[in-house]
Design a protein around this ligand. Structure first.
Ligand SMILES: *[C@@H]1O[C@H](CO)[C@@H](O)[C@H](O)[C@H]1NC(C)=O
Ligand SMILES: *[C@@H]1O[C@H](CO)[C@@H](O)[C@H](O)[C@H]1NC(C)=O
Ligand SMILES: *[C@@H]1O[C@H](CO)[C@@H](O)[C@H](O)[C@H]1NC(C)=O
Ligand SMILES: *[C@@H]1O[C@H](CO)[C@@H](O)[C@H](O)[C@H]1NC(C)=O
Length: 330
């Protein structure tokens, strides 16, 4: 089933596309410029539409549809690394997760500006080596470079071979999956990761593993009151229920705000991407419920006011058997 797009597909070999040009290079309005006809990038005002967008299909071996970095109304159709452009009808925008044109794209944002990343993990070195032992160290800018510190000075910056990332744990070096380095790891201003976290093992009597208040990629190993922070494998987070590292932690929330409720029960909906259209229990409170429509999320207040959503009944009732505000599993 790959017929649908071709109504709007313009054939365009990616390697033939010239460099993107700045506004200064644009011809004056009304002038017909031959180059313009061959350069669809003239029309793109944005550098990016999201973290996973592509400029073209170069090197993409997988055939399929991909989010385009130029704008959200166009998407890429990649066939054997050849770039074709598909166009969404009307005001619809490409949604990469839903793999379709939709009224509200959860993945595409025109002129997307990636968050300024300043931290790659709790152990990174901002570009100086003050007080650091003579060794190679993880930097805070990215995971593909690392610093050589000597006598408290940064003597040289080194780069991992393509596809490898710095791992600051023993054995230190460039690896395919780093256990210490995550780009855009934002540790700033975290005071807690949830009610069960601790900051140190100092007053902990039982030996064992504990959730760390500083972040979710580490946990604390307590042995006779001695604290040892241990990293989870990259992409995994400590979960206090299973006392180990898993992909989606039920207990650890990076920068959890102790005043704010995170959940209303075992089943609640935060995002509608990939969720079948319908009505669901929301995660923030019980006096409203969620409508998922075409991957978009809408909050609807219960009526009469003060009634609460019951997910078993799929309606608001005076009291609920499924919804509990500030629900915690632990
Ligand atoms: C989006 O980009 C494509 C490819 O460059 C272009 O053909 C199209 O006109 C652009 N759409 C808008 C709305 O700018
Ligand atoms: C990573 O950061 C270092 C230090 O700021 C820089 O020299 C290097 O170019 C960066 N690498 C990438 C791929 O951005
Ligand atoms: C973290 O705790 C400090 C000291 O208790 C407090 O000043 C700060 O506002 C807290 N930050 C957040 C984001 O809660
Ligand atoms: C319930 O949560 C939704 C989504 O965060 C919010 O829009 C709504 O105002 C909240 N209702 C109350 C009563 O706090």
């Amino acid at each position: 089933m790959k017929i649908v797009y071709f109504f709007a597909v313009a054939i365009c070999v990616a390697s033939a596309l010239p460099q993107k040009q700045t506004e200064e290079d644009l011809p004056a309005p009304g002038l017909i410029n031959k180059a313009q006809a061959k350069t669809p990038f003239y029309e793109d005002k944005c550098e990016s539409t999201g973290i996973n967008c592509l400029l073209n299909c170069d090197g993409i071996v997988e055939n399929g549809q991909f989010q385009f970095c130029g704008n959200c109304s166009t998407f890429l159709v990649c066939e054997h690394s050849v770039t074709y452009y598909g166009h969404c009808p009307g005001d619809l925008r490409w949604d990469q997760t839903a793999q379709r044109c939709s009224e509200e794209s959860e993945t595409c944002e025109e002129c997307y500006i990636p968050p300024l990343c300043t931290v790659t993990g709790p152990v990174c070195t901002p570009n100086d080596c003050t007080d650091l032992p003579n060794d190679f160290h993880q930097i805070c800018d990215n995971c593909t470079s690392y610093a050589n510190c000597l006598g408290g000075e940064l003597v040289s910056m080194h780069h991992c071979p393509e596809g490898l990332f710095w791992n600051n744990l023993v054995p230190k070096g460039c690896v395919a999956e780093s256990e210490t380095c995550i780009e855009c790891f934002d540790l700033a201003y975290c005071n807690t990761t949830g009610p069960s976290c601790i900051n140190s093992c100092e007053h902990v009597e039982g030996d064992g593993v504990y959730q760390f208040c500083n972040n979710c990629v580490q946990f604390l190993q307590c042995t006779s009151g001695v604290t040892e922070p241990v990293y989870c494998p990259v992409g995994m987070y400590y979960d206090d229920n299973s006392q180990g590292c898993i992909e989606t932690s039920g207990t650890c929330m990076h920068c959890a705000n102790p005043e704010e409720c995170e959940s209303t029960g075992d089943i609640c909906v935060r995002r509608c991407v990939g969720v079948e259209d319908g009505y669901y229990q929301g995660c923030t409170n019980c006096t409203s419920y969620v409508e998922c429509d075409n991957n978009a999320i809408y909050y609807i207040e219960c009526a009469p006011s003060g009634w609460v959503w019951d997910n078993a009944v799929s309606a608001c009732l005076p009291s609920s058997n499924t919804c509990e505000e500030c629900y915690t599993k632990y």
